[in-house]
Design a protein around this ligand. Structure first.
Ligand code: FES
Length: 133
C-alpha cells in the first residue's frame, strides 16, 4: 500500500510553557503552516496536514499523529515547530514510502526516534502466528 495518502494530525491544543514559567503558547498552531509550507515545497501533495484538538499526550507538546490507510499509525511528541517541521515532513515521507507504516530505524529522523509515544495497528490487523510472543 505504498504511495497512498498520509495524514499528519497536529494537536493545536497543546500548551507549551514559555520562559517566564507562567504564560504559554500553542506550538501546534505554528507547526500546521510550517508543515504545509514544507510539504508544498517538497511537492508532497498526497500528505495532508489536519489540525485536531488533543491527542491525549498533553504532557509532551506538541504532538502529531501520522496515519495512512492500512498502515500502522504513530503518535510523536516533544515537537518544536521552529526546529522540527523539516524532520516531521521527512518522517511522513519515509512513512509514506513504507509498505505497512513501520519505518526502518535508519530512515527515522531524530525527533521520530526520540519522540514516539505509541504506534497503533491498522484496522483489522492480526498478528501473524509465527510472530506472536
Ligand atoms: S492538548 Fe495536545 S495532546 Fe492533549
Amino acid at each position: 500500500m505504498t504511495g497512498l495518502g498520509v495524514t499528519i494530525f497536529v494537536c493545536v491544543s497543546c500548551r507549551r510553557t514559555l520562559h517566564d514559567g507562567q504564560s504559554y503558547d500553542h506550538p501546534g498552531e505554528e507547526l500546521v503552516p510550517a508543515l504545509e509550507s514544507r510539504l508544498k515545497d517538497a511537492g508532497a501533495g498526497n500528505v495532508t496536514v489536519t489540525p485536531v484538538e488533543c491527542l491525549a499526550v498533553c504532557k509532551r507538546p506538541c504532538t502529531v499523529a501520522v496515519t495512512g490507510q492500512e498502515k500502522w499509525g504513530y503518535i510523536i511528541g516533544d515537537l518544536d515547530p521552529e526546529h522540527h517541521a523539516g524532520e516531521v515532513v521527512q518522517a511522513a515521507l519515509a512513512y509514506q514510502r513504507s509498505e505497512d507504516g513501520i519505518v526502518p530505524w535508519k530512515d527515522r529522523p531524530p525527533t521520530f526516534r526520540k519522540g514516539v509515544v505509541a504506534r497503533m495497528p491498522p484496522r483489522g490487523f492480526t498478528q501473524p502466528e509465527s510472530e506472536t510472543v
